[in-house]
Design a protein around this ligand. Structure first.
Ligand SMILES: [Zn+2]
Length: 439
């Protein structure tokens, strides 16, 4: 990454839980290196006596923030006392108050409708929960930024394919009714901030034709396999002994060289390259398989992670990998994917749960996609190169499944008898959950 890039952590309401926050930051920095600053966008101070006592320890220097921390201000009357100087000041070692920029409990961000404007820089909205919230929702977010002033204008105004309208706009339709906003969102999305940059700061997007923005590709025709396909169910190349369930439009097969013995693939029976190419009935059945598998894994004390790599792959394979509930939370998995992606300069963005991937990417565009058991989704539009084993590498790593040597499927190959017996036991155990065998 270039020198002008700033690595930033941002967090939601801290409510005086300074130790929890800073310990989390230490863990993150241990895993993924130093960040330049931490931006606290919500209520930094708590109103109780404990948080006051804890704050005294930071103020006296007995405890110190492990990173340069910037605080955005008092969000309520109880905590105004902590901010002596409205123009900003140092509150404690490494903790700086940025001044009276924003003082409402829920501040307003640019509310433009991205898709209806042209040549406007894009904002990214991220909702963060409060530190150590009981629902274990995400409260800290990492990103890198290049100052706008250092960006090429063309880069700055580039509209990525994955832009969408401001998801909070509807609730705020009539103007600035924050209260309405809060009730409409199912998550307590109290804090927002935006980040003015689209990464991938390289300037090779322009091609010989002038690199027009909004230059849209024609949707491709449903492709036919150009040669033998390993995954078209009708094709002789398919390893039928790995198939564990067959529906009308989709089937499920054990992954060859799976990360775990119950790692499966959901595949369309016909030849489709990617999720974005699927017709609605295929998508529908795919969803049914997801639901069946979710219940099945849950009965085994596991949760699944799904990912799709639509890049150097002819036939859609939705990878479904179960992880023991005890090994990590959904939040850990999500964060780990994002951090690992960042380390490889891959911009993996969280997209709203209700977003259909077809809304953000055109058929024929390569991408990497992750879906968690909570329904949360991560998306990366592949520009040039992408590590083929990325999804497996992340899941196999020490922090998650802790089987790093299994990241490469070729290292996990079994002989045919072993595959057959794995498939047989999977089929038997999955049967009670398999929607395709019901009614
Ligand atoms: Zn195929």
């Amino acid at each position: 990454m270039s020198e002008k890039t700033l690595r930033v952590l941002a967090c939601g309401d801290v409510y005086g839980k300074f130790d929890v926050l800073f310990n989390r930051v230490r863990t993150i920095q241990k895993k993924s290196g130093q960040f330049d600053l931490l931006l606290c966008v919500g209520s930094f101070f708590g109103s109780g006596p404990e948080s006051q006592a804890l704050w005294e320890e930071y103020k006296s220097g007995a405890k110190q923030a492990p990173i340069q921390t910037y605080v955005l201000g008092a969000n309520n009357q109880d905590t105004v006392k902590y901010f002596q100087d409205v123009d900003g000041c140092e509150l404690a070692t490494n903790i700086t108050y940025l001044g009276n920029l924003i003082t409402q409990s829920s501040f307003l961000y640019r509310n433009h409708v991205v898709l209806q404007e042209n040549a406007q820089h894009v904002s990214r909205f991220i909702a963060l929960a409060s530190v150590a919230n009981p629902g274990k929702k995400k409260y800290i977010y990492a990103f890198s930024i290049v100052p706008m002033s250092l960006m090429d204008v063309k880069e700055l105004v580039k509209q990525p394919l994955d832009v969408s309208e401001n998801p909070y706009r509807k609730a705020g339709e009539k103007g600035k009714s924050n209260a309405a906003k809060a009730t409409e969102e199912e998550e307590p999305a109290q804090q927002f901030f935006f980040d003015l940059k689209q990464q991938q700061g390289k300037k090779r997007q322009t091609d010989g034709r002038g690199g027009q923005q909004g230059h849209t590709k024609q949707p491709k025709k449903h492709p036919q396999p150009t040669g033998p396909c390993w995954f078209c169910l009708a094709s002789p190349e398919v390893e039928k002994h790995l198939v564990v369930s067959i529906g009308e439009h989709c089937y499920v097969a054990l992954a060859k060289g799976g990360l775990t013995p119950d790692h499966v693939l959901i595949l369309p029976i016909g030849h489709y390259q990617a999720m974005v190419d699927l017709s609605s009935e295929v998508v529908e059945e795919c969803e049914k398989y997801k639901a069946s598998l979710k219940k099945f894994y849950k009965s085994k004390g596991k949760r699944y992670v799904m990912f799709e790599r639509n890049y150097r792959s002819q036939h859609l394979q939705l990878q479904v990998v179960p992880l023991p509930l005890s090994c990590c939370t959904t939040e850990d998995i999500k964060e780990f994917f994002i951090v690992q992606a960042q380390e490889q300069n891959i911009e993996l963005l969280e997209i709203p749960q209700h977003t259909d991937i077809k809304q953000i990417v055109q058929p024929g565009t390569p991408y990497f996609y992750v879906e968690l058991d909570s329904g949360e989704k991560l998306f990366h539009r592949i520009k040039k190169n992408f590590p083929l084993q990325f999804g497996r590498e992340v899941l196999a790593s020490e922090a998650l499944l802790n089987i790093p040597t299994r990241a490469d499927w070729k290292a996990c190959k079994l002989n045919r008898d072993e595959e057959e017996s794995l498939a047989k036991s999977f089929r038997e155990e999955f049967e009670p959950f398999d929607f395709s065998l019901q009614d």
